[in-house]
Design a protein around this ligand. Sequence first.
Ligand code: ADP
Length: 263
Amino acid sequence: MSAYRVAQEPYYRSVGDEVAMYEAAYEIRMPMMLKGPTGCGKTRFVEYMAWKLGRPLVTVSCNEDMTASDLLGRYLLDANGTRWQDGPLTLAARYGAICYLDEVVEARQDTTVAIHPLTDARRILPLDKKGEVVKAHPDFQLVVSYNPGYQSVMKDLKQSTKQRFAALDFDYPEHDIEVEIVVHESGVDADTASKLVHIAERARNLKGHGLDEGLSTRMLTYAGSLIAKGIDPLKACRVALVRPITDDLDMRDALDAAVTTYF
Ligand code: ADP
């Protein structure tokens, strides 16, 4: 488990009472759902909380090809025959880590239901293939992230899954806080960071009017990092902010124009 320790304090700029809420939730080992758009700080927050609570952190990025075995574990063949290998969820449950399932909605429903017995009063994990029922370590906690923006009829969590979690809302931070984050993460000066945040705010207003997702804090830190490396701000914004989020030429022009009003 030592490999899963968060050794150094991750930089996390809190935006409300989420740290205190999470601490209270962890005290009763309540399963948590972090809701919000991509790149707004959910993963960083979990890393920070794992560090603060002194728990190892096991992170799994969920995808549609993931099977229950990828979470629970499987028998492997080696020179001596077969050997059981715990999956990340089993490892976390056995040894008392925080298990973070990133973008849980991406996983198939038969995979998602594998977490159910861990998220109610039983706190157990049946490993059917191995014929073992793992009783979760007292320190174990399950956290999932979920982007409601991607929600569709095909891809939504079942109510029976949703209702097993308490949920914290995440969103892009307010202007001054986001500037602070961009300055810290990219090394760019506050004036430039503020311009980047202004551009993002404009782009976020276009969400639902041709843009599927707003410009994330993560993208701003990328643009800032390029600028801090000496790249011309106009070019940095095109490469790190505009091109990645749209293929539509009109939208591209509109966003490029927003960039030129600031740089
Ligand atoms: P998510 O998990 O929501 O997709 P991340 O946690 O990976 O997003 O955030 C993306 C990046 O944005 C982080 O690597 C970090 O640089 C920055 N970031 C966003 N919000 C914060 C915050 N509140 N404190 C510190 N860094 C943040």
